[in-house]
Design a binder for this molecule. Structure first.
Ligand code: ZN
Length: 104
């Protein structure tokens, strides 16, 4: 069974507003796609974010939300795709802003 993509888009809009100052494109394409070896992935195509979340994220709402936040950090830092210092700093910023509250 796939994830509820309408719910994912609602979470994206909400997170974009609360934690990214609406700086991420509003027209992100968020899909539930079978992915081997990871929970999600993000890319930007013609300025439009594409976020894929694995159906395995259904296992837990917190996992789905944290994976979405992780992928949104990738969208913000695009075209940097690694989990290096920039990415770590962005995740720390999100945590300090309260994005992980109730999730970890
Ligand atoms: Zn990542």
């Amino acid at each position: 069974m796939a994830l509820d993509t309408r719910k994912l888009r609602r979470w994206y809009r909400d997170y974009n507003h609360r934690f990214f100052g609406d700086s991420l494109p509003a027209d992100a394409l968020i899909e539930c796609v079978r992915i081997e070896g990871c929970w999600g992935r993000a890319m930007v195509s013609d300025g439009r974010p594409v976020i894929h979340l694995s159906p395995r994220c259904r296992v837990c709402r917190s996992v789905a939300k944290m994976t979405l936040l992780h992928e949104m950090a990738h969208v913000k830092l695009w075209p940097v795709t690694t989990h290096g210092p920039q990415f770590q700093a962005e995740m720390q910023r999100l945590a300090a802003a309260g994005a992980m509250k109730g999730l970890w």
